[in-house]
Design a protein around this ligand. Structure first.
Ligand code: 13P
Length: 260
């Protein structure tokens, strides 16, 4: 077959993931149950849904999802066990029925000084435990203004990707720090530029598998802007903060895939 006739790699199956951050009490499980209830066959045919509640609710969230949505953690320790007071191992999340874990979120990079090397070790812990690692990258406002956006994201990708990554066990989330919780979003052209760049870097690192890694956009995704953002090339879903706390908004974002 001539090279030009090679089949284009199929678009990865989209993923809409909710990051609840430090929000959610037992009463909030009703929202997760409502998400599971609203995840109808039509939606299921087009998009995966994942909710990442605080670690305290992971086990109960798995039960509330009734096998319909996937559940993930928001962080994990690099080690499987040991004297690390207050930390949660990837194996513990897996033991509760989690399937994913977010690592390297900008809030953890900022609040806990997590370096790319630490993020990489956490992503490797996720893979060791059989979880899918969602590795977060993204530039600050100052870095964007200085024109360093691609350099920053490129360095984060190079430094944070786990050994043994594949399209099955890795998701990358591009979350510009200045867009998180601010109501601001990059233009579709800006998102296309960064996601295209991430795709190139993934292809360089992982070969053919790079085309199958899901690249999520995160930062002020809402039902009202989801269709536009999800329609951008190389955007394979969303990592949603505030709007993932209610079933209505979370399903409203997922609904962007009904028409794609
Ligand atoms: P918001 O959707 O609240 O902007 O948060 C995005 C985010 O940080 C998801 O991880």
């Amino acid at each position: 077959m001539p090279a030009s006739a090679a089949p284009t790699p199929a678009r990865p199956r989209p993923l809409v993931a909710g990051n609840w951050k430090m929000n959610g009490l037992e009463a909030s499980l009703a929202e997760i149950a409502a998400m599971a209830g609203g995840y109808d066959d039509a939606l299921r045919g087009r998009v995966d849904l994942l909710v990442c509640p605080p670690a305290t609710l992971v086990g109960a969230a798995v039960a509330a999802c009734a096998g319909k949505l996937a559940v993930g953690g928001q962080d994990c320790h690099p080690k499987a066990s040991g004297a690390h007071t207050g930390d949660v191992a990837a194996e513990m999340l897996a033991d509760l029925g989690a399937a994913y874990v977010i690592v390297g979120h900008s809030e953890r990079r900022a609040d806990h000084g997590e370096s790319d090397a630490v993020v990489k070790s956490k992503a490797e812990a996720a893979l060791r435990a059989g979880l899918v690692a969602i590795v977060c990258v993204g530039e600050t406002e100052a870095q964007r203004r200085a024109g360093e956006m691609l350099d920053v994201v490129g360095a984060q990708i190079a430094g944070s990707l786990p050994a043994g990554a594949s399209a099955r066990n890795l998701v990358v989330a591009y979350e510009p720090v200045w867009a998180i919780g601010t109501g601001l979003t990059p233009t579709p052209a800006d998102v296309a530029q960064v996601h295209g760049f991430i795709r190139e870097r993934l292809a360089a690192a992982l070969g053919e598998d790079g085309a199958g890694v899901r690249i999520l956009y995160g930062g002020s995704v809402k039902p009202s802007n989801a269709a536009e953002l999800m329609g951008v090339a190389n955007v394979d879903g969303a990592l949603v903060g505030g709007a993932s706390l209610t079933a209505k908004d979370f399903l409203g974002i997922a609904a962007a895939y009904r028409s794609q």
